[in-house]
Design a protein around this ligand. Sequence first.
Ligand code: PMP
Length: 280
Amino acid sequence: MQLNEGASSEARAEARIEASTADATQKLWFDGQLIDHGSLQATLSTHAMHYGSGVFEGIRAYATRDGAAVFRLPEHLERMRKGCELLGMTFDIAQATDAVLATLRANNLGDAYIRPLAWYGDGGFGLDVTGRAHHLMVATSATNLHLNGGRTRVSVSKWRRNPASSLPPLKLCGAYVNSILAKREAKSRGFDEAMFTDRSGNVVECTGANLFMVKDGSVVAIEHPDALPGITRDSLIALTGAASRMATLQELLDADEVFACGTAAEVAPISRIEDREYGS
Ligand code: PMP
């Protein structure tokens, strides 16, 4: 896949991840076994395909002199366990840990993006998932992207983020249709990424990343009950001593710097929110 010179770091990460997950020579972990990527098939009545009844994670590993180091794996898998619990799927953290490490080793990866997915499979189109079979897979793909300085142009979405009272901020597959709508809207308007705001004008998050702002040297991690409590965000708060609080869109527009952060995005400086340009 060709990438535009000017593509944002997140867009590059997404393109890279898409490109490399299509590699049929890679191994996938599926329900306890390492198998070839191309040998897997799901039936067309897979429940998760119809209703989004699955839970996923996005995790990174970084190459070190001692081999691949997975960034905060226990926290990612604990978040996944919570999502699975909500949907009634058993999820064994020890097994998932082994699966992630085995897949990385099988694919001989250092810098990598890791995608575990738990989902409801075959067994009819009813919405009751009681007793339905569920599965776990782990895919990995090579990625060489680190803090490449891409500058992201962000629009303010007309869509609202799923309210936590309807869909808790966990990585539930179906919840990401909301992100897809906002991303489509942003792209069609010539932006790289979308930002959600609530009805009171508070900022929530981006489609797959949290937000920070910097004003007069103070760093603020944007907090919102409808936003995913990101693991990258948590690490950045620890590193910068940022205050975590709610903020209005107007505060972000008045800030000196704004950036997005997440596992795929890492730390992505924002060059523009709608007409407001930063750092130029
Ligand atoms: N918000 C959303 C909606 C996300 O999908 C992600 C990516 N997981 C994040 C924030 C950032 O979370 P993390 O730093 O844990 O990847």
